[in-house]
Design a protein around this ligand. Structure first.
Ligand code: ADP
Ligand code: GLC
Length: 503
């Protein structure tokens, strides 16, 4: 199959979170399974500088851009995956991140930026970008690509569309004035289409019009159909339940493998676990913490946002300090969480280390050097960090939700006896429930046999892309065979009304 994989971030070209990891590794895995998967993303400066063998492919005239948009062609580093970069300097050539400026403020023209990106994707999808290539399926990811299925929906000879939700909490919502400025079909401003509480919702473009919707774990696929996790879109998702599924993310064990990881102080495997300790020492040093015999080191890396539940950890700090342990956190995000963590590190310099910022190399050392990985998320579509920590012999403490529930098996007595336990799972979004799990983990940590068994079980688990990519391929085939026809398109077809959708 020819697959066009559209994403707003792709590792190692540009990354803010797990979406980049998935976008960088799933197309490779598809390629390995003999599928022709090609990537498309905006031409941010970092992507331009990191893509290999970049050249100009064609110029495309698109609504919303003052000049023709240049389509660049290159390769994902160290791979056989083609990459297209949508080069519109007025939209993408600026310092800062893919969605925010250097101070963490959303770019004011995000609607225009990702509408333009979606229009470029759909031009390629319709083989109107001078490539002489048409995908059989466009795989869209998150709200930044949500307009693609909508733009394509009523076109004849269109490719199939899959829309994957990596995080339903980010929806791409913009006001009426912005919607009008995008010059999209005005009838999209209606509740059964893209309107959402008097705003235009880019994610609804994917949820309403895609042939199929998927998300990144089976548990999250069920959760988003409920009020508690549906972010107001649960009704729509229930309506599309028959065409909604969950496929657990894979991880790239070439990048995340403690046996070969060059970013560690010391590599190790399940058989040489004693070497893991060198990484703990290096991590303590990196965070300015002293070595403390017998103190387990708890670690967290991630975006500091409500989703990740770090506020539960912050509330527990006085109790944690008394428990003779150390804690290191690497992250960036909401200022109040950053401040609370920084202050805690100042107050307890021997037990808490905090690094505010984004540091890919340190993230690897943190996975390896911590004894226990903390991931108390309120919701977690999949979560990759807990999967990395399993492979690094760092048992995770996670909440029973989304992909965390699908990857971590609690160290209950029964699971320990059965040899299936690989971490600690707690239920309630409360500090008390988290503390109970931490105490259970600390209890196991003092029993070397139990602890080593947990580590080894986690390290032996296989979450490579092989299985997940096969599931995607089977899904792509199914979607291509049985496309979804939106009721509007049926009407247009029956009454021969020309599609007025602009690309
Ligand atoms: P999410 O996508 O919600 O952020 P995931 O667990 O799926 O969560 O993926 C997070 C990815 O981003 C991981 O690869 C993690 O190492 C990385 N990451 C997040 N924050 C940071 C940071 N401050 N420094 C380095 N890497 C980070
Ligand atoms: C999102 C989710 C995370 C998931 C990642 C990749 O950012 O928050 O749970 O692992 O996407 O799918």
């Amino acid at each position: 199959m020819n697959i066009l994989f559209a994403s707003s971030e792709v590792h190692p070209l540009i990354k803010t979170g797990g979406l980049a990891d998935v976008s960088g590794s799933l197309p490779r895995a598809l390629k390995g399974a003999k599928q022709e998967a090609r990537l498309i993303l905006p031409a941010y400066p970092a992507a331009i500088s990191r893509a290999e063998k970049l050249r100009l492919e064609s110029d495309i005239v698109l609504p919303g851009a003052r000049t023709p948009v240049r389509l660049l062609h290159g390769w994902l580093p160290h791979s056989r995956v083609r990459v297209y970069l949508v080069d519109s300097p007025e939209h993408f050539d600026r310092p800062g991140g893919p969605y925010q400026d250097e101070d963490g403020k959303e770019w004011p023209d995000n609607a225009a930026r990702f509408a333009l990106f979606a229009r470029a994707v759909s031009a390629i999808a319709m083989n109107r970008a001078g490539l002489n290539w048409q995908p059989d399926l466009v795989h869209c990811n998150d709200w930044q690509t949500g307009l693609v299925p909508a733009l394509l929906s009523c076109k004849s000879q269109r490719p199939a569309t899959l829309f994957t939700i990596h995080n339903l909490a980010y929806q791409g919502l913009f006001d009426w004035k912005t919607f009008k400025s995008l010059k999209l079909p005005v009838d999209w401003w209606s509740l059964d289409k893209l309107e959402f509480h008097e705003q235009v919702s880019f994610i609804k473009g994917g949820l309403v019009y895609a042939d199929w919707i998927s998300t990144v774990s089976p548990t999250y696929a069920g959760e988003i159909c409920t009020k508690a996790f549906g972010c107001g879109l649960e009704g729509l998702l229930q309506h599309r339940r028959e065409r909604l599924s969950g496929i657990l993310n894979g991880v790239d064990y070439r990048v995340w493998n403690p046996g070969k990881d060059k970013l560690l102080a010391q590599s190790y495997t399940a058989r040489t676990l004693e070497r893991k300790h060198d990484n703990k020492v290096a991590l303590q040093k990196a965070f300015g913490l002293p070595e403390r015999a017998g103190f387990p080191l708890l670690g967290h890396v991630g975006r500091l946002v409500d989703q990740k539940g770090l506020d539960l950890v912050i509330k527990l700090i006085p109790q944690l300090i008394r428990r003779r342990l150390q804690l290191v956190v690497l992250g960036t995000g909401q200022p109040e969480l950053e401040t609370a963590l920084t202050m805690a590190a100042k107050k307890y310099p021997e037990q808490i280390g905090v690094r505010i910022g984004y540091d890919e190399d340190l993230a690897h050392l943190l996975e390896a050097g911590s004894d226990i990985f903390l991931m108390p998320s309120r919701f977690e579509p999949c979560g990759l960090n807990q999967i990395y920590s399993l492979r690094y012999g760092t048992p995770p403490i996670v909440r029973n939700t989304g992909g965390l529930a699908d990857t971590v098996t609690d160290a209950s007595e029964a699971n320990i006896a059965a040899g299936t336990a690989n971490g600690f799972v707690f239920d309630d979004v409360t500090s008390a429930s988290l503390l109970e799990a931490i105490d259970r983990a600390l209890g196991c940590y003092t029993q070397p046999d139990v602890w080593t068994a947990l580590q080894r079980t986690g390290m032996a688990a296989d979450f490579s892309w092989l299985r997940s990519a096969a599931e995607y391929i089977a899904l792509y085939e199914r979607i291509i065979e049985a496309p979804f026809e939106h009721p509007d398109c049926r009407q247009q077809r029956l009454h021969k009304i020309p599609a007025e959708l602009s690309t």
